[in-house]
Design a protein around this ligand. Structure first.
Ligand SMILES: [Zn+2]
Length: 279
């Protein structure tokens, strides 16, 4: 669906505005249990792929078999691990502050969903994994049948772009902030190609907490699970997700998992932990 030129310009401006505030996630508040090298490592756009941190002895999920380096001492041990390669393409992949994607990771089957979007044609931020793209099209169709006008504001985001957003947010400072407003590169779910930021066509409350009070946001939170999407960072789960409430950020996990998570009021971390997966 194409927007009329004037609206498209407005939309693009809003989308770019929003993007600059949408880092995780979007805005993530990450607990300060960080290794000494965390900030500088994380803000570097292209760490050497071989510089994978050793897995902590617990809570690391499936061993990756990639730990080529000797274990660090407790004081030096990184507090995050790379998502094991065999998990990266799962629709249930868990990416957060403690489980990150490497710089070179790019999903294999990115396509542009045929939905209203504030992202220029050809811009990779309008892409999603194929399965998520098809599901988003169905979600939008259902929303429009109810009279809503949803807009895709942000989809896939590369590690490099996340690194730029993070560097802009931190101003290149090396010291460890207590709270990260923008997720460091590798820790954004948008890099999976399974996450979307949604808005409404009038641009009201774009990427703002107040979006939660719109009829569209309420409809999405109730109905998105039928299409395989969950509200990924709900209010009240911040201690688990380590991300502030983001009523606009949805994550594709597949219908079965989404409906189960909605029914039992759990987030992805809890859902996977109950299954003995993730961390
Ligand atoms: Zn987001």
């Amino acid at each position: 669906m194409r927007l009329r030129p004037r609206k498209a310009v407005l939309g693009l401006a809003l989308a770019l505005f929003g993007l600059s505030f949408c880092g995780v996630g979007c805005s993530a508040r990450i607990s300060p249990h960080l290794p000494p090298s965390w900030s500088s490592d994380a803000s570097s756009p292209s760490p050497a792929p071989s510089e994978e941190p050793s897995a902590p002895s617990e809570g690391a999920g499936t061993p990756s078999g990639e730990s080529k380096e000797p274990l660090h001492s407790d004081a030096e041990r990184p507090k995050w691990v790379f998502v094991p390669p065999e998990e990266r393409e799962s629709v249930l992949v868990l990416v957060n502050a403690t489980r990150r994607l490497p710089a070179e990771y790019r999903p294999p089957d990115l396509v542009r969903p045929a939905v209203r979007a504030w992202i220029p044609e050809g811009d990779e931020r309008g892409l999603l994994r194929r399965e998520a793209a098809r599901a988003l099209e169905e979600l939008f169709r259902a929303a429009e049948e109810r009279g809503f006008r949803p807009v895709l504001v942000s989809g896939y985001r590369s590690y490099a772009l996340q690194a730029q957003l993070y560097a802009r947010q931190t101003g290149g400072r090396d010291e460890e902030p207590e709270v990260f407003v923008v997720a460091p590169p590798g820790a954004s779910e948008h890099q999976t190609g399974l996450a979307v930021d949604l808005g409404q066509e009038d641009g009201k409350y774009l990427l703002q907490p107040e979006f939660a009070h719109t009829a569209l946001a309420r409809w999405l939170s109730e109905n998105a699970p039928r299409f395989g999407f969950v509200l990924r960072y709900p209010a009240g789960k911040e201690a688990i997700t380590r991300v502030v409430f983001e009523p606009w950020h949805y994550r594709y996990v597949g219908r079965e998992a989404a409906e189960e998570m909605a029914r039992t009021n759990v987030v992805l971390e809890e859902y996977l932990a109950a299954r003995g997966e993730g961390n």
